[in-house]
Design a protein around this ligand. Structure first.
Ligand code: DON
Length: 576
């Protein structure tokens, strides 16, 4: 017998099976509450709030403020987000949209004009003052607290404030984001003058912190102190807002204090789809494309299985790629802010529509890009953070928040260390040109004052149809890959019955209609890649990642929390 095998058998006889099959460190179990975020420090802060008697909404607010400190490249007060939550008492899902809006001065032709004046610098929808949408983050958090919370904002902001003072621990994901940002500062040296604050502080003038170093954020601590004292007024009516408008304008943008004062959170109706008669998927409606694309993709898969009986065969990944292509082609053509464009949500999420599309899907064949979505050629993970919270009363929160690209627009509202988003790039800012995430987008998502840019963020709940009980809450970061990773983790759980850690860590693929390529997050398994090629798909050499956080609800009452190992997060539970 080979020595390794021998050793394993020996260990197996000494240790119980449960110990051998121990959860990886990025998985936690509890029966009383759970926070799964992409930062160990933020998860712990949220779990402490649950332990102190706070509910899931209190914990979500504390976690989000902590993420603003510990994930400066992903989220913060300069961004926005979506919350999809389950109110246990009322057995109802509620959706809040605190996405950024275009400032009043951001007209449809503004980016075309700026491009024309252009020069060789980076795109104005990616870096600088024009990239910044009016932040909705704090308005969203305070709305969550006002309607569903039980503890004062002051108490929930305190742990984040302390973290900002003592410093968060720099991990690999953070250092990767610093390295990527510094590469752009080298590529366009003018950024060092234009966006000096970020360069000189978090980016260490070209020498970022080392792994494990503590990064203090005294300027943000001061912002949190003002928020703890004066609430959202400190931002939307007060000194923080003044600093945001000043920074945006000094960086060439139009954002004013008036834009901030006019900002409103919106409540929305979620998107619903039933998968294989067994699970109801409830997800984010426009201005996210997430819920529509997830529903459309799963409906198509369901219809393929019913009408072609091939679903369980080797063609399944091919059918999934085809379903993704249809959903993303429709995204490009039809989706945008529903307050500004007519978005045919009902038609796109109608099962009969999926049945029509499923008929196009054939083994061994993919179609030309122009055959998807009926649209004629139209005009990476970093800047987002998703977390899930569950409490012992059955409340569940899924919250995805974003500043869009890593470190957003690079513009910092001084002296408060607030990193401002570049969410304007999520509009079809330059018609016909791909955005930061390679997405081509249509007229429904053109820039207009006060409008919200189309998003892919997809906080999602899955209920068992049989007893209407929640079985899974999840969401992701990674631009359009959010949608396809949420779909694949759902399928891994409900279809393939894989444990949550495997469901999340498994290799994922992605197709977004254009570019007409399948992206994997790592070297794909040879057989899978060969099979997709045999079906006519191009496999990209590029690797594109997404990050999923989820909590699974087992029938025995256990909550299993998992933070995607790709980013280094850890879930946390209150002590038993
Ligand atoms: O709302 C959106 O779809 C994008 N702003 C999300 C960007 C993102 O996920 C970046 N990655 N971590």
């Amino acid at each position: 017998m080979r020595p390794k095998l021998m050793a394993l058998l020996l260990i197996g006889s000494v240790f119980p099976a449960a110990l051998l099959a121990a959860d990886p460190p990025w998985v936690a179990r509890s029966r009383i509450g759970m926070v799964a975020s992409d930062s160990p420090e933020a998860s712990r802060i949220g779990a402490d709030i649950l332990a102190a008697g706070g509910n899931a909404f209190d914990a979500a607010v504390a976690t989000s403020l902590a993420l603003a400190v510990a994930r400066p490249h992903s989220t913060g007060l300069g961004g926005g987000g979506f919350m999809l939550a389950y109110l246990a008492k009322e057995q109802r899902v509620v959706v809040l949209d605190f996405r950024e809006t275009a400032p009043a001065g951001a007209t449809a032709d503004r980016f075309a004009k700026l491009q024309a004046q252009g020069g060789d610098g980076p795109s104005p929808s990616i870096y600088g003052g024009n990239a910044i949408g009016v932040p909705g983050q704090l308005a969203g958090l305070t709305e969550i607290l006002k309607r569903f919370g039980s503890l004062p904002l002051k108490q929930l902001a305190q742990p984040a404030l302390e973290l900002a003072q003592t410093g968060f621990v720099a991990d690999e994901h953070y250092l990767d984001a610093c390295t990527a940002a510094l590469a752009d500062y080298e590529k366009w040296p003018q950024l060092k003058q234009r966006h000096a604050r970020l360069y000189e502080t978090l980016l260490g003038k070209g020498t970022p912190p080392k792994l494990g170093d503590r990064v203090k954020r005294p300027d943000l601590a001061e912002a949190l102190r003002l928020i703890a004292k004066d609430g959202p007024d400190a931002f939307y009516q007060g000194p923080l807002g003044e600093a945001v408008a000043r920074a945006a304008q000094a960086a060439g943008g139009t954002l004013t204090r008036g834009d901030l004062a006019a900002y409103r959170v919106r409540e929305r109706e979620p998107i619903r789809a039933v998968y294989r008669d067994s699970y109801e998927i409830v997800s984010m409606p426009p201005p996210s494309s997430g819920g529509v694309c997830i529903a459309e993709t799963l409906n198509i898969l369901d219809a393929v299985s019913l009408y072609t009986k091939r679903y369980f065969g080797p063609e399944q990944p091919h059918a999934l790629v085809e379903a993704m292509k249809h959903a993303f082609a429709d995204r490009a053509r039809w989706l945008g802010d529903p307050d500004f464009a007519d978005v045919p949500v009902k038609r796109l999420t109608d099962y009969n529509y999926a049945v029509q599309l499923a008929r196009w899907i054939e083994a061994g064949k993919t179609l030309a890009s122009s055959s998807y979505g009926g649209v004629a050629a139209p005009p990476d993970d970093g800047g987002t953070s998703h977390f899930c919270v569950a409490d012992n009363n059955g409340n569940i929160v899924a919250l995805t928040e974003t500043i869009n690209g890593p470190f957003g627009s690079l513009v910092v509202a001084e002296p408060y260390g607030i990193i401002l988003n570049n969410q304007m790039d999520d509009f079809a800012a330059n018609p016909g040109q791909p955005n930061l995430y390679g997405l081509i987008q249509g007229e429904a998502n053109a820039v207009a004052p006060g409008k919200r840019p189309l998003s892919s963020m997809s906080p999602t709940l899955v209920f068992r149809v049989r007893d209407a009980k929640p079985v899974l809450v999840l969401g992701a970061s990674g631009g359009p890959r959010i949608i396809t990773s949420v779909v694949q983790v759902i399928l891994n759980i409900v279809e393939r019955r894989r444990p949550l850690d495997e469901a999340i860590s498994a290799a994922r693929f992605h197709h977004q209609w254009l570019p007409d390529e399948v992206y994997f997050d790592r070297e794909p398994p040879r057989e899978l890649a060969d099979m997709l090629r045999e079906n006519g798909h191009q496999i990209s050499e590029q690797r594109k990642t997404s990050i999923v956080q989820a909590i699974q609800f087992l029938e025995d009452g256990t909550m299993v929390g998992a933070s995607d190992p790709r980013k280094g997060g850890r879930p946390a539970a209150p002590p038993p």
